[in-house]
Write a new protein. Sequence first.
Length: 389
Amino acid sequence: MQFIKRIDLSLFIAVILFVIFGVVMVYSASFPYAALRFENPEYYLYRQLFWAGIGFILMLIAIVIPYKAYGKLSAIFTLATILLLILVLVPHIGVERNFSQRWISLGGILLQPVEFTKLSMLIYFAYFYSRKEDQFDNFKNSVLPPLIMIAIVFGLLLAQPDLGSATLILFSCCLILFFTEIRLHHLLLLIGGAVVSFAAFAIMSPYRLQRITSFLDPFADIQGAGYQLINSYISIHSGGLTGLGLGQSIQKLGYLPEAHTDFIMSIITEELGFIGVLLVISFYLFFFIKGLLISKRAPNSFGRLLAIGITLQIIMQMFINLGAILGLLPITGITLPFISYGGSSLLISMISVGILLNISSWSKQESTQQVTNSGQRLFKGERSMISPY
């Protein structure tokens, strides 16, 4: 009971309600396509409910396991995810869809190793740099090793190809360095190197370059590269203040590809209008504030860096997704956390929240213990002043 009281119940309840909202919207966005392709309108609903249930169980487990245990296993997690990223590229093991090989099939269930990589790399970065904060003068030993690992991961993701996820992981991990004692010139060097690498890999591939530049003028290729974004515009424009009503979207009727995954926010806007947008943005703002507070109150450097890493990665993913559907950023295939259809993404998002809640519970436990110890010392001091014995 004492452990339950230390959990941040407001964040826990908000995430559960938001996942339920996501399941409803996945069903609303997918039932026409599911009925046409699988002759079962509830096809994606049942699968999202299954993953939400598994995610809930794993989130509870993550809440109970002390977050410090993840740090000790960080090297194993990192090597395991690199192995999975290699297996994705192996014929007959990796599954190819839409010209990308990003999935592994286990008993008919598709898993995306990149989603597990997002969390494992955050754990590795946070744990490594939390132990090197007093050694940042030595770039080779205290800064470089995780950068070599992230370069390997970046290369494996480009081979799939998945530039969007590679970029998200790269920048969210490097953001952790902002909250350490790294030297400014080292930080500027790393930022410059990351930007140059991103630009180089984008230019090297005509397909990547087209995906990145098509958002600048989608109407230049209405039936090609700009088709998805133009239909997203139509969907958003149709929503107005209150939307067309839940389940009443027109664009999901074969006009907007990936309506239940990458572009689910377009359907939310069309059906629920500005009110729906406000609801979604309010949740992410609440999550962002809670994450920052948990990071600030973390009992040690590892907890602080891990909490800020998880928080910023989820918020960055949200910004990339919303930027894509609005035409402000390239379309990268990044899903909307907690809402978009996808088992691996939902699992890792909920596990990440479980880790955040565990960090929060330890912060409260330590604060309570400090107050108790201070009170005991004060009480003993008062007694020694009063009593002549």
